[in-house]
Design a binder for this molecule. Sequence first.
Ligand SMILES: C[S@@+](CC[C@H](N)C(=O)[O-])C[C@H]1O[C@@H](n2cnc3c(N)ncnc32)[C@H](O)[C@@H]1O
Length: 274
Amino acid sequence: VSARLAGEDEHLYADPHVYQVLHAPGTSGEIRVFERIVRRELGGDGPWRWLELASGSGRYLIELARRGHRGVGIDLSEEMTAYARAWAERVGFGGRAEFRAGRMERFRVRPAVDVAFCPINSFRHLGSDRAVRAHFGCVRAALRRGGVYLLGIDLHDPVLAQPSEDVWSGRERGLRVDQFVSYVPPAAGSRSRRELVISHLTITRRGAAGAGRGATAGVTHRDSRYALRTYTLKQWRELLRAVGWRVRAVCNGDGVPVAVKPVGYQLWVLSPED
Ligand SMILES: C[S@@+](CC[C@H](N)C(=O)[O-])C[C@H]1O[C@@H](n2cnc3c(N)ncnc32)[C@H](O)[C@@H]1O
């Protein structure tokens, strides 16, 4: 990779296909949720032009293309971008889903998009106020007037925060990927805003005994760790005010507008203030 993720070893995103197998389940359901929100916010059924920040393997934009939309994705990882581009070409959506290697805090996209989106905490890869301000500036410049930004983020409560764990699994023919993830929040009372994410991947390939680094009898293990920036509800609201973005709605995982929760994951529907 020529562009490296600050403070992160590369294992998690270095093998885009492993990432894709792990994250594929549920993608079309998530897209239907995004469409539901956009329909409610913008009216009509589209198709719309979408911009994904941190587009990874391309799964969301390719599913959007399948559903008749167009879009462009920006991702720091050249491996991820090349994988997404090749996949889009292979399934005949190269003209509708475009992928660029770049930073979500330094990009320019034309023509303007109807919707920008950055789900599953990817926004929290931005490690400083400066990067975050630059990011919102770029998204503002990319959105058409009246466009919306869907941002999916877990908020943090320093009093309630506890270390937690998640298990994810995905499979396709001859390949199974299991991920065990530990989330270690900043120590209580510390001023740190870095949540440590520790991932253990188990990759099982049928008929690939001994292949790859750390492989035994077709099983490869990969450990990686990286930090995500934390936001309390207060910090998040102050940030949105400082960058001049308005909250149109806050939605649950089904895309239904709900009251703001001070902890946990929600989809924020944002627009730049005029
Ligand atoms: C959790 S993955 C999400 C990928 C995709 N949105 C998905 O859900 O499948 C996070 C992605 O963020 C990208 N990333 C991290 N920091 C970035 C930055 N500053 N600019 C652009 N992409 C970044 C990584 O390369 C990685 O592909």
